[in-house]
Design a binder for this molecule. Structure first.
Ligand SMILES: Nc1ncnc2c1ncn2[C@@H]1O[C@H](COP(=O)(O)OP(=O)(O)O)[C@@H](O)[C@H]1O
Ligand SMILES: [Mg+2]
Length: 478
């Protein structure tokens, strides 16, 4: 008659299971085998002459070995069987029913493998949760999670640091009450509902309320958290402190305003100074030169001889005329009295005439009279814009043609000066530190702003330059 062990082996082979069998009959052999190579599955007889199944089970558990364990027994009551399962056996098979063994082993191995994989997945999940928690706690951002009802579930260290609240104090309290200033309550409440409903959010700015009642400027990203089954767990708010950035922005704006004011004051002071020098040139120097000329004429008339001296006096008088003319021109360039007397268009015409006298440039001219739209101060500013643009053309452009346009349409006045010269790289020139370049273009821009308008410079290497200044005229209409 075949032994139990042989029958067991026979059943397993019959079930098509591929295995190596190690058979032990004593406690020592059992332990030795466990040490040598832990088995994938243990089949144990309930009672052996020198050892028994439940003791073997206890040994395995003592060693924390994870092995499926099936008890095979001839004489085992239902109670003992259940008991063995309670103690941790995977299954039991009665000897009378050994045909079940194959199925039992297969199931035990399968379940064991499944359990192993599940445990591994759980382990990974735990690790990733740990990683997430570390991230959550050490992130440099305020992070808080609230339930769908708005109660705080999480509050990270940065949130504690910024608000002055301790985590234990705010857990379970309403996020709105803890972190949102009064003025934003309704808005944020509505936003939370939208987020919970799945609407994507953009980053938005809202002050964070602090424990001491203070506030800090914050930039927020709010998202909803979903569970495995797609159920809504709550919302996560991540906030960045942008107080410093805000302050810097305000400071920058203020200092820009100050600079602008300073620039316009400088330009105004320059204009006044020019007027003064111009008057001085005209009234003092111009008058003196005229008197000198008259005296020279009178002297020359009285003098008959010597002829060379008389001739020389004649030359001097002509030369003096030239000097007087130069002084007058200088005086006019400095302060366009003609503008004061006759208005912008004649002043510009004069400017262009002067310009084309000295530079061989053809100009196309289209100047409607817009004087009624601008007060005298604005007219001077416009005059200076054209003056600088034309001077630049003379100095830099090597152009053969210049086009001037003045136009009014749709509440805007447009002033344009265009040349066909060599052009220049606008962004390079404007981008370079102002110490290294002239101030002409920068002053142009300032002047346009003083008029409440804007300036555009278009230029291409070899294709010329176009400067366009647009000014709204409605508020200037008198
Ligand atoms: N119409 C133009 N054609 C070619 N280059 C120009 C013209 N206007 C300005 N530029 C270039 O831009 C530079 C800056 O001009 P600007 O600010 O008026 O200073 P500045 O005239 O004192 O050099 C000039 O040096 C010149 O290189
Ligand atoms: Mg210049």
């Amino acid at each position: 008659m075949a032994s139990d062990a042989e029958l067991t082996e026979y059943e397993l082979r019959k079930a098509g299971i591929d295995f190596i069998l190690r058979r032990v009959e004593t406690r020592d052999d059992f332990l030795e085998e466990l040490d040598k190579q832990p088995p994938d599955l243990i089949l144990a007889d309930y009672s052996l002459p020198a050892f028994d199944g439940l003791s073997a089970l206890a040994l395995i558990q003592g060693r924390r070995l994870e092995v499926p364990f099936i008890l095979v027994s001839g004489a085992m009551g239902e109670e003992v069987a259940v008991d063995s399962l309670k103690q941790g056996a995977t299954d039991y098979v009665l000897k009378q029913n050994l045909a079940r063994l194959g199925a039992s082993v297969e199931r035990a191995l399968r379940e064991f493998e499944e359990r192993r994989q599940r445990r591994q997945a759980e382990e990974r999940l735990r690790e990733s949760e740990e990683r997430f928690r570390t991230l959550f706690e050490t992130a440099g951002s305020f992070i808080s999670v609230a339930s769908p009802e708005g109660l705080i579930l999480e509050f990270n260290r940065e949130a504690e640091r910024i608000t002055g609240w301790r985590r234990e104090e705010v857990l379970g309290r309403g996020f709105l009450g803890v972190a949102v200033p009064e003025a934003y309550q309704e808005e944020i409440k509505a936003d939370m509902q939208k987020v919970l409903a799945g609407q994507a959010t953009r980053a938005y700015e809202m002050p964070l309320k602090l424990r001491d009642g203070g506030e800090r400027a914050f930039l927020w990203n709010v998202n909803r958290l979903l569970g495995k089954g797609g159920e809504v767990l709550g919302v996560m708010a991540v906030g960045q402190d942008i107080t410093k950035r805000k302050e810097a922005e305000v400071n920058l704006r203020e200092s820009e305003q100050k600079l602008r004011l300073l620039a316009s004051q400088i330009l105004t002071a320059q204009e006044n100074e020019r007027k003064r020098i111009s008057r001085e040139l005209h009234d003092e120097l111009g008058q003196s030169l005229t008197i000198l000329k008259l005296n020279l004429r009178a002297t020359s008339r009285q003098l008959q001889e010597p002829l060379e001296v008389k001739e020389e006096l004649g030359n001097l008088s002509l030369y003096l005329d030239e000097v007087i003319d130069k002084v007058r021109r200088l005086s006019r360039a400095l302060s366009p009295a003609i503008l004061e007397d006759l208005g912008l268009v004649p002043a510009l015409q004069y400017l262009v005439n002067e310009f084309s006298k000295y530079y061989d440039i053809n100009h196309h001219f289209a100047l409607p009279n817009l004087d009624h739209l601008f007060d005298k101060e604005s007219q001077i500013i416009i005059f200076r814009i054209f003056q600088e643009a034309l001077t630049n053309i003379a100095k830099h452009a090597q152009a053969t043609e210049v086009r001037l346009v003045i136009m009014e349409s749709e509440g805007m006045a447009l002033f344009e000066v265009e040349d066909n010269g060599q052009g220049f790289a606008v962004s390079e020139i404007l981008g370079s530190p102002s110490m290294e370049r002239g101030l002409g273009l920068a002053a142009l821009d300032e002047r346009a702003k003083m008029l409440g308008g804007s300036l555009r410079i278009w230029s291409r290497q070899g294709l010329g330059t176009r400067i366009t200044c647009t000014v709204p005229v409605d508020q200037k209409r008198s």
